[in-house]
Design a protein around this ligand. Structure first.
Ligand SMILES: *Cc1c(COP(=O)(O)O)cnc(C)c1O
Length: 404
């Protein structure tokens, strides 16, 4: 089942299931034990020691305690690792919990507090790095500036591509070259392992808010990172010590979600591409941001992705008033944060997902972000069509002098 030559669609369905036949089961088992029997004190203690320092449970030992190891979570991790062409993956209670562990393992744990972060980033990541809460000193920059921002005490480079919410693409291999020996973590949430594998381009880690496309149904909050076994050990140590665990029920749902990721992503992407084509001709929209829409001048889409994904950003001609009117007028789209689920969402990044970002780096007030789901694309376009004219007229009346 771990044959690297299998098609990604097949890997998505079969990965992390190698032990099921021996267990005599077909569906993924869920192990909810918080504690585990110890064979004897010696082997119990050795097992504890192995896992508290980031290792796996010894074959003749015990899993000891669920903060150290859970087989349902481990099975999901193995599946994700295979999809990401990685040796290992480590799952956490949320995307921010995994980002926290990645930062801690590479900065304070290594005595290297400096982080180079390429903007734009998800608002929560930007906030976490800028807050100094984890003792980091962060330099934000553009992709072309990474090399000149590197210092002796730089422990980590953080980049997101496609970026949230602008859908800008960053060439991963260029960032890796600029970072030199310093590990690069790529937030791969928007692309998913189906469309992009950052490790194949030299990144040390591919990070996911699994809450989004991996889960895909808006009912699990989780995070995961794919990496080398050595990095996984450092991250499992942080997880064992700080306790940002993924619950096994969440891991079960994510693992099940992986099996339909290829078909969901392909259909959502197709819907998004048709919506983009419709949006670019609308007078209510000033600008549409979508991977490849500008013709991929740097060839990044061609080189590092296998598709566009299903996220869209659009700039309203009528400014903030128009954006506000659209989110209030949609009927099929839900006005809500998050993304990557089977149903379509729309939200205002500057007010919500990117609210904690400093004003000079925050998305513009006229920008809306759309996450396209699995509904019929004609119905989605009809919903946007009925919402847009309302917004155009609302904006016109609001911007008319003296109209208040
Ligand atoms: C949502 C999101 C996160 C944070 O993940 P949570 O699961 O909400 O903690 C990080 N990066 C990106 C790109 C996201 O969209």
């Amino acid at each position: 089942m771990t044959d690297q030559h299998l098609h990604p669609d097949t890997v998505a369905v079969h990965s992390g299931r190698a032990d099921l036949a021996d267990l005599g089961v077909h569906a993924l088992p869920i192990d909810l034990s918080t504690t585990n029997p110890l064979p004897d004190i010696e082997r119990g203690g050795d097992s504890y020691e192995a896992m508290a320092t980031g290792g796996r449970p010894p074959a003749d030992g015990s899993m000891v305690y669920a903060r150290l190891w859970n087989p349902t979570v481990a099975r999901f991790e193995d599946a994700l690792a295979e999809m990401e062409h990685a040796e290992a993956a480590v799952a956490f209670s949320s995307g921010m919990a995994v980002m926290t562990a990645v930062i801690l393992a590479h900065t304070s744990a290594m005595g290297k507090p400096h982080v180079v972060a390429v903007r734009p980033l998800y608002g929560g990541t930007d906030h976490l790095l800028g807050s100094g809460l984890l003792g980091t000193d962060t330099t934000y920059c553009h992709p072309s500036e990474v090399r000149s921002m590197m210092r002796e005490d730089t422990g980590l480079v953080v980049v997101e591509t496609p970026a949230n919410p602008t859908l800008e693409l960053v060439a991963i291999a260029d960032i890796v070259a600029a970072a030199g020996e310093v590990p690069v973590v790529v937030d791969n949430t928007f692309a998913t392992p189906l469309l992009q594998n950052p490790l194949d381009h030299g990144a040390a880690m591919s990070l996911h808010s699994a809450t989004k496309y991996l889960g895909g149904h808006g009912d699990v909050i989780a995070g995961a990172v794919a990496c080398s076994e050595q990095t996984a050990e450092a991250l499992r140590r942080v997880r064992a010590v700080t306790g940002g665990l993924l619950h096994p029920l969440g891991a079960y749902l994510l693992h099940r979600g992986l099996t339909t990721l290829p078909v969901r992503m392909r259909q959502q992407q197709l819907n998004a591409q048709q919506i983009v084509q419709w949006l670019i001709d609308r007078p209510e929209i000033d600008e549409v941001s979508f991977p490849g829409l500008d013709g991929d001048p740097q060839g990044i889409l061609e080189r590092q992705m296998r598709g566009t994904g299903a996220m869209i950003a659009m700039r309203m001609s009528g400014g903030y008033a128009a954006a506000s009117a659209v989110v209030s007028s949609v009927k099929l789209f839900t006005h809500a944060v998050s993304l990557g689920g089977v149903d379509s969402l729309i939200q205002h990044p500057a007010a919500l997902t990117h609210r904690p970002v400093p004003a000079d780096a925050r998305p513009d007030a006229d920008v809306l972000r759309l996450s396209i789901g699995l509904e019929n694309v004609g119905d989605l376009i009809a919903d946007l069509e009925q919402a847009l004219p309302v917004s155009a007229s609302a904006a016109a009346s609001r911007s008319r002098p003296g109209a208040g």
